[in-house]
Structures are given as C-alpha cells and as structure tokens.
Design a protein around this ligand. Sequence first.
Ligand code: ATP
Ligand code: MG
Length: 433
Amino acid sequence: MKKPRFKTPTGTHDILPDDQPYFQKIYNVCENIASFYGFKKIDTPILEETELFSKGTGLTTDIVQKQMYVLKTKGGDYLTLRPEFTPGIVRAYIEHGMQSLPQPIKLYSFGPVFRYEHPQAGRYRQFHQFDIEVIGEESPVIDVQIINIFYNILKELKVKNLAVEINSIGDSQCRPYYKKLLANYLRSREGALCADCRRRIRENVLRVLDCKEEKCQRIVSQAPQIIDHLCEECHSHFKRVLEFLDEIEVPYRLNPYLVRGLDYYTKTIFEIFSEEKSKDESDTKDFPVKNALASGGRYDNLVKMLGGDNVKAVGCAMGVERVQSLMRTRGLQLKKQETYPVFFAQIGNLAKRKGLKLLEEFRGVKIPIAESLGKDSLKAQLGLADKVGAQYTLLVGQREALDGSIIIRDMKTGRQDTVKLDKVVKEIEKRLR
Ligand code: ATP
Ligand code: MG
C-alpha cells in the first residue's frame, strides 16, 4: 500500500465507523441519566474569546499557560479552541440571563475539547468530554449528586474497579492561609524537591501536592493537610458531603493530596478512576495503575469572576476516549451485524431508475431496505441480500422494468411471486406484519 501523504494531526484521531457504536452508547447512557436528573442539553461554540479561558480557567493553570490553541481571526480578535466546557457554559448562563430563572440551572454538554498536550496512551490533543454543570446551588447534596451521576454512568457502561477520591481545597477564607503554611513547610525542604516543584512553591503551591516524583511525594506526605485548616464553613460543607456520600452506595476515599489543575475550584473536588493492578513485574510496591476518567468539583467564585452574580456552582467532566478504550479492552462487543428485512436487486439501467424511486417509497413507510444499485451482477447482489439477512429480495430485471412489475423472492422458501410495481410496498408491508 502507498504511504499516505496526509495523516491526522498529532494527537488527533478519526472516530471510525467501528468506533461509533461506543461513542453512541456512551452518549446515550450519559444523556439518559442526565435527563433523568433534570439536566437540559446545551451546545456552546467550540471557539470562545481567549480571555474567557485566561480569566476563567485561570492564568496559573497548565491549560492556559501551555495547552491552548489560540488563533487570531482576520478581524484581529483572539479566539481559543475550548480546552474545557465550564467557562463557555458559565458565559452562556450569564449572557442569557439564566440567573433570573428558577435556580439551579442544570446543564449538560458533549463534544470535542482541545489541549496542546504530549500525546500518549489516553492523552490526545483533540478529545471528547461529557460535561455537566449545576449553577445556582450551594448545598453539599448537589456535590454528591454529581458524583453519584458520574459513578452510575460509568457503572452502567460496565467500567470495572471504580474508585472515587475526594478532597476539599477550601475557599478564599481559608485557602490563602493554608497555602502560606504549605509554602513555608516546603521552602524549608526546597533542596529536596524537583525543579518543577521549586517553581510551583511560588506559582501554584497546591500543585506540589500531586507531583508524581517520588522524592516530592515523600516530603508532601509529612506536609500540613488542608483538611486540618479549613474554615468553619468549608469544614461543615465537607462534613456534610461525606455524610451524604456515606448514604449512597458509592465507595470513596479521602485523598488529602488531591488538587485540580484549574484555578476556579473551591471546597469539594473529586476524581473518579478505574484502577488496575500494575503489570510491571519489577514494581514491588503494589500500587494500582490509576486511569482518571472523570473529575470535577465546586466553583463558587467563577460566575462572579466572569461578570455574573454571586452564584455558586458545581460540575464535572468525563473523558469519553478513555472510557471507550476501557470498553474495548474489556472486550465489550458493540458491533452488531446490521440486518434488513428487504433487499432490492436490479438488472439494467431502467431497473436502477425504478429502484431509486422505490427505495424512497420504502423509506416513507419506514421499512429498512438494503440495495447495491451500483452493482450489475445479480449473483453479487443476492450474496449481499443473504449477508444482511433479508427475508425478501425484490428483483427488477429488464422485462419487469419494461412492464412495470417486480419479483418478490422469499429468501427462506425460494418461492417467487410477480406483482405490480406500484403494489409492492403494500404487499411487503402485509407480509412483514
Ligand atoms: P489529567 O490529570 O489526566 O491531565 P485533567 O485534570 O487535565 O486530567 P480534566 O480537565 O478534569 O482532566 O478533564 C476531565 C477528564 O477528561 C479526565 O479525567 C480525563 O478522563 C479526560 N482527559 C483530560 N485530558 C485528556 C486528554 N488530553 N486526552 C484524553 N482525555 C483527557
Ligand atoms: Mg491535564
């Protein structure tokens, strides 16, 4: 085979016909559960003003610093391919005056997001997310309802070994103090940290907590924990979140080192993983390999930050490709053989012409009919009719085309009847009934 001149850009991928049933299945499950819980669908533009993300997602985040696809339009505006859904949905909430409707507003969306990442397994530059947001609600019960929704979506998609991790990262009352405390602690051990973390102490100190370097993890394990430094309000919010979680059947664990990549989170944050035992034989520690599937949290300041009222909110996004890949490797077969009750076969030009019209008539009465109008060989066409499992093959040869008739062949018995062409739809309807 010739080497193709053009390929998908690095980090992007085609969703081929064989992949589509997985995407469809994931979408259907997400949509069913979201609708059950009263969520309404929203689609926002894939392009938004760059400033929406630098303000919303946050200047100190990896996403804004390193991962955005920014373009300058011919008119001189700066637009960005959305790296996540939340800022766009919050923009829509404000722009369309949704704060004057009964609260909360519950929205979901599904579609591509773009991040300039280092592509590797499960990490793309264009990938899909299913996203839900509840805007205008501060009760901790909603934080838990969202966890419950994603947990159940993944369970229904038969994803195994699910684990929920949860933490609270406080709010503007208590987080600044904790950050100072943490920075002080880390500064006294700066020499033992990796270069990135030494930079993070100044720029984004919480991110030291989830550094993957072993030497940093050792230092972090002795660090002060935010849980011990939450203000009254955050403490009670988190306590109630955990109580609600105990109520439903979602296994979870507290992870005091869980932080999120986005600036806008307050209070509750969580992540849902699928865990596997490490396949690496040399790995003596029995740490599971974590595959992050969905993550989210509360963002009580974002609506105001983007110019709206002081409205509290919480949301979560799930990575569709990662879920799909698990469904595939677990051997979940979704490809079903397509079957058609009827097949249309023809010989000659005039018969092809009659066929074009006849197919539309079948579509009108919603009877699926397969065909291969481009083929001339009758044998090849009958082979296809078998393959799609047709009960009846309709055949127009040269003679039938001329006298306006058609042959109905019962594929099981081999019996053939000739009827008038304009009666065939009725006849097939009758026989299929
Ligand atoms: P990670 O820590 O894996 O980079 P993240 O914190 O950037 O994830 P979010 O922004 O919260 O992830 O996105 C939610 C989900 O989207 C993730 O849990 C993951 O399943 C999926 N996801 C994130 N980045 C990618 C990517 N580059 N390619 C494919 N899926 C992704
Ligand atoms: Mg990321």
